[in-house]
Ligand binder design. Structure first.
Ligand code: BG6
Length: 487
């Protein structure tokens, strides 16, 4: 198990706590990974009691277990595992801006503590300062004090730098665990294993053999009830400098000298620094209009709840990235993400250069069709490689095949909602999967010219259930390339 500690959750009644933190703690308890002296202190500004909070969180857990669309969908909640977590939950009422809350916390927290900020981003700085002023971030030989910060970390480079400067006045960098939930996805972590635990891939993973890379996070969901958050945010801020950059780092970083947190994060930082800041010429913003998806007629973005009728917020973004380093010079990385697209698909596709000599000209499919390796992250976890082979028969004809594997075919499915590893790692003090201040700032720096110089009106439209706007096809067509299909 992880060392004993108190997990203080700011935002104990919030969606994140109910949907992800509690199911993850339940799974960790099921795996015997929580210490007997582990304890949860939930902070919220509404009145409640220990029993009241326990009952509310139990009810939420059961609802997610029943929901077939939830990551936590299960036939049965193990009473022992949930009981272990449930009886360790305690409640503390308080206002995040009130020093009295932090004084009260001082009375309740001793020894190891992880402070989890499951709160709106505007409170991040305030809560960290409150903790700092109350002396709650002072570590001793026997007691660690760590702070977990959710996304969004800033809205641009300037605000991210300001927030980093503000929190780093209160505690040391090593005490901050900035979360990007994409790093909690099993397959994202296994990209490093695929690259660096196999001798056959790494030699060809470079500009001499790779033509281009496509990173896609296509979603079928719309903005749902999050219009208020999404309107000033948009797809670029919501997904690119954070989630898509994590995928970019995994696929493009150099091998670290070890799997230690600093070694891995140094290599990520080097890669991020090599990304040339993207200008509007290399980017397309899109917004969905009414259309049909999975047999349902769905409204356009402007008709969603809490969205302006003339909104120009982008729900789709496509970019071409250039990486100025030895390995990737001249290899474009195309990134795209959007809501309400034809299908749900998060993947990295590495497109290799064609065979150098046209030995099989005129024998079936264009023999120069390059090999593609697709590493799929959602909804299937696996990988597919497209190869050219001989079609059986007396004539020499070339055909295209796919070899694939799915994790589920080889490994037992571990109960996982995506936060188990992240929570466990911050209790054990392993920061490998968390963002350092410089990683966060480098992500924002790469998209800074877009945030500053992109005319708001410059938004292309795409119908719900499509692969995105035509302008995004043009972005690749001008380089003689096209997006891979999403089916
Ligand atoms: C979140 C974004 O961080 O990531 C959401 O705010 C997005 O808008 C989500 O839907 C995507 O994550 P996942 O794990 O569902 O691919």
């Amino acid at each position: 198990p992880a060392p004993p500690c108190t997990l203080v959750i700011f935002g104990a009644m919030g969606d994140l706590t109910k949907r992800l933190l509690m199911p993850s703690l339940y799974n960790l308890a099921g795996g015997g990974l929580l210490d007997r002296d582990f304890r949860i202190l939930g902070v919220d500004h509404n009145d409640n009691t220990d029993e009241g909070l326990r009952a509310a969180l139990s009810e939420a857990l059961e609802a997610f277990a029943k929901d077939p669309d939830s990551e936590f969908h299960t036939d049965r909640i193990d009473p022992q595992s949930w009981g272990f977590v449930r009886e360790r939950i305690h409640f503390l009422k308080g206002d995040f801006e009130d020093p009295a809350l932090f004084a009260a916390l001082g009375e309740r927290v001793s020894g190891n503590a992880v402070f989890y900020l499951a709160v709106a981003a505007r409170f991040f700085g305030t809560v960290v300062e409150g903790l700092g002023k109350a002396g709650l971030l002072k570590q001793t030989e026997d007691a660690f004090r760590r702070v977990v910060i959710e996304k969004p970390f800033g809205q641009d480079l300037e605000s991210a730098k300001a927030l980093n400067a503000r929190i780093l006045k209160c505690a040391d960098e090593s005490q901050f665990y900035r979360i990007d939930h994409f790093l909690g996805k099993e397959t994202v972590q296994s990209i490093l294993a695929m690259r660096f635990a196999n001798g056959m891939l790494e030699p060809v993973w470079r500009r001499e053999y790779v033509d281009s890379v496509q990173i896609t996070a296509a979603e079928t969901v719309g903005v749902e009830e999050r219009g208020g958050f999404y309107e000033p945010t948009g797809a670029l801020r919501d997904m690119v400098p954070n989630h898509l950059f994590q995928l970019l780092c995994m696929v493009a970083m150099e091998p670290p000298n070890s799997f230690g947190a600093e070694a891995v994060r140094n290599e990520k930082a080097k890669l991020e620094e090599a990304v040339r800041p993207v200008t509007p010429d290399d980017a397309v913003r899109g917004q969905y209009t009414a259309g049909r998806l999975d047999g349902q007629d769905l409204p356009g973005y402007r008709d969603e709840h809490n969205v302006a009728r003339d909104s120009t917020t982008e729900t789709y973004v496509a970019l071409k990235l250039t990486i100025d380093n030895w390995r990737w010079a001249g290899v474009p990385f195309y990134l795209r993400t959007g809501k309400r697209m034809a299908s749900r698909r998060t993947e990295i596709a590495v497109l290799f250069k064609p065979a150098p000599f046209r030995l099989f000209e005129g024998h079936g499919v264009d023999p120069l069709t390059p090999n593609v390796m697709r590493i799929t992250i959602d909804p299937q976890h696996g990988a597919t490689t497209e190869l050219n082979v001989k079609v059986p028969g007396p004539k020499m004809r070339i055909g295209r095949v796919r070899t694939s594997f799915r994790y589920a075919d080889f490994f037992a499915n571990q109960p996982n909602v995506g936060y188990e590893t992240l929570l466990y790692d911050c209790m054990t003090g392993d920061a490998t999967l968390f963002q350092r201040a410089d990683n966060i700032e480098a992500g924002w720096a790469a998209v800074d010219p877009l945030l500053k110089g992109w005319p708001q009106a410059d938004v292309a439209f795409y119908p719900v259930g499509s692969d995105g706007p035509e302008e995004a096809d043009a972005l690749l067509a001008r380089d003689g390339r096209h997006w891979l299909g999403l089916d």
